[in-house]
Design a protein. Structure first.
Length: 336
C-alpha cells in the first residue's frame, strides 16, 4: 500500500483530493495542514475516521515537524497543495504568501530531499514530489492570444502568482540540481463545494442568498478558465501516476467565461432554485473599482496532460455551477 503525504488537505482542493483518493485508491493518506482561516476540517468529516487517513496539524515552514512526519510515515510521494491562495489578500498583506508559498515550499522540498536521498534505489526511482500550482504564473493573455502552454514564459503579476512562480522554480531546481523526482501541475480557476467564501463563485452565491450587493471588479469582462474541482483532483492523480518526471502539465476546464457571465449564471440558477419574491438576483450586481494588476484573461491548453496521462475534464460549466449552487444551498452551516 502506497503512502502519500498531502499538504493543504484541509483546503478546498486538498480536501476534495483526499475524499477522492480515499474513495478511488488504496493509498494511505497523511494530511499535513496548519488549518489557517482557509482550512476547514468539516470538509474531511466523511473520511476523518477512515483507517487509511491520518491528520498532522503542522506548518510546512516547521522543519522539525516535517522531519518527524517523514520518519513516522515513510511516504512514497508528496502532493503539495498548502498555500496562501487568495490574490486580494496577497495585495493587502504579501508577507504570509512569501512565508508559506516560498519558504514553506523550500522547507518541504528540503525535508523531502533529506528523506528521499536515504531511500533504496527502487523507492528513490518511484518517489514523486508533486507540486500543485496555478496558471496565474504565466501572467495574462489578450483576447486573441493562444492559450497558455507549458512553454509559455513565466510573467506573474500579483504577489500571489509571483510567490507561486517562485515555488515552481524551486521545485524545478531541486529536480535539476538534486535529481529528486518531481512533477508540476499548473491549473486554472477551480470551483465546487467547500471553497472558502472569499472567492468569486461562493462569495456571489452566499451574498445573493443574503440579498447583499454582488460586487464585480471593473466592467466584468475579465476572462477566466473554470474547472470543476473533481476534474482537477482526478488530473492530479493521473499526473502523479502517469506523468513523466521533471515535466510540467497544464490543467484547464476548456471553459473560458467572463466574470460578469459567471455572476449572471449564478443569478439565473438561484432564480430557478430559490426565487426571491419581490426582486431579481441580478439587480444586486454592482461594478467596483478594478483591482490593481488584475489579469485580463487566462486560458489553458491541456493537450499535453490529455496525450500523456489520458485526462480530459468531464464536467461542463453549467452543470458544475448548478451542483455547486445546490451544495451551498444545502450546506446551510456555511451561511452565517
Ligand atoms: N483554487 C484555485 O482555483 C486554484 C487553482 C490552481 C491552483 N491552485 C493551487 O492549489 C492549491 C490549493 O488551493 P486551494 O484553493 O485549495 O487553497 P485553500 O486556500 O482553500 O487551502 C489552502 C490550505 O493550505 C493550508 N495552509 C496554508 N498555509 C499553510 C502552512 N504554512 N502550513 C500548512 N498548511 C497551510 C490551509 O490551512 C488550507 O487548508 C494551492 O497551492 C493553490 O495555489 C488553486
Amino acid at each position: 500500500m502506497k503512502t502519500i503525504l498531502v499538504t493543504g488537505g484541509a483546503g478546498f482542493i486538498g480536501s476534495s483530493l483526499l475524499r477522492y483518493l480515499i474513495k478511488s485508491t488504496s493509498y494511505r493518506l497523511i494530511n499535513i495542514d496548519k488549518v489557517t482561516y482557509a482550512g476547514n476540517l468539516r470538509a474531511l468529516e466523511s473520511i476523518e475516521n477512515h483507517p487509511r487517513y491520518f491528520f498532522e496539524k503542522t506548518d510546512i515552514c516547521d522543519t522539525k515537524g516535517l522531519v518527524k512526519i517523514f520518519d513516522k510515515y515513510r511516504p512514497d510521494a508528496v502532493i503539495h497543495l498548502a498555500a496562501e491562495s487568495h490574490v486580494d489578500r496577497s495585495i493587502d498583506k504579501p508577507n504570509q504568501f512569501i512565508n508559506t508559498n516560498v519558504v514553506g515550499t523550500f522547507t518541504l522540498l528540503e525535508a523531502s530531499f533529506k528523506y528521499w536521498k536515504l531511500q533504496n534505489y527502487k523507492k528513490k526511482e518511484s518517489f514523486r514530489f508533486h507540486h500543485v500550482s496555478t496558471d496565474e504564473v504565466y501572467g495574462e493573455l489578450n483576447l486573441k492570444d493562444p492559450a497558455f502552454t507549458e512553454e509559455s514564459p513565466y510573467l506573474p503579476n500579483s504577489p500571489y502568482s509571483a510567490s507561486k512562480a517562485a515555488s515552481d522554480h524551486l521545485v524545478r531546481a531541486w529536480y535539476k540540481t538534486y535529481k529528486i523526482p518531481v512533477v508540476i501541475t499548473n491549473c486554472s480557476n477551480n470551483y465546487g463545494p467547500f471553497q472558502y467564501p472569499e472567492k468569486l463563485i461562493p462569495l456571489t452565491i452566499l451574498n445573493a442568498l443574503k440579498g447583499r450587493k454582488l460586487s464585480v471588479y471593473g466592467d466584468g469582462t475579465n476572462i477566466r478558465d473554470w474547472i470543476y474541482v473533481d476534474d482537477h483532483v482526478e488530473a492530479i492523480r493521473l499526473v502523479l501516476e502517469k506523468g513523466i518526471v521533471g515535466e510540467t502539465y497544464n490543467i484547464g476546464g476548456n471553459c473560458e467565461v467572463t466574470n460578469i457571465e459567471v455572476v449572471r449564471r449564478i443569478c439565473e440558477i438561484l432564480s430557478d432554485m430559490v426565487p426571491m419574491p419581490s426582486r431579481r438576483y441580478d439587480e444586486l450586481i454592482t461594478f467596483t473599482e478594478d483591482r490593481p494588476g488584475h489579469d485580463f484573461r487566462y486560458a489553458i491548453n491541456s493537450e499535453k496532460v490529455k496525450i500523456q496521462c489520458g485526462w480530459v475534464p468531464k464536467t461542463d460549466f453549467l452543470s458544475g455551477l448548478r451542483k455547486t449552487v445546490a451544495w451551498y444551498l444545502k450546506d446551510t452551516r456555511t451561511i452565517d
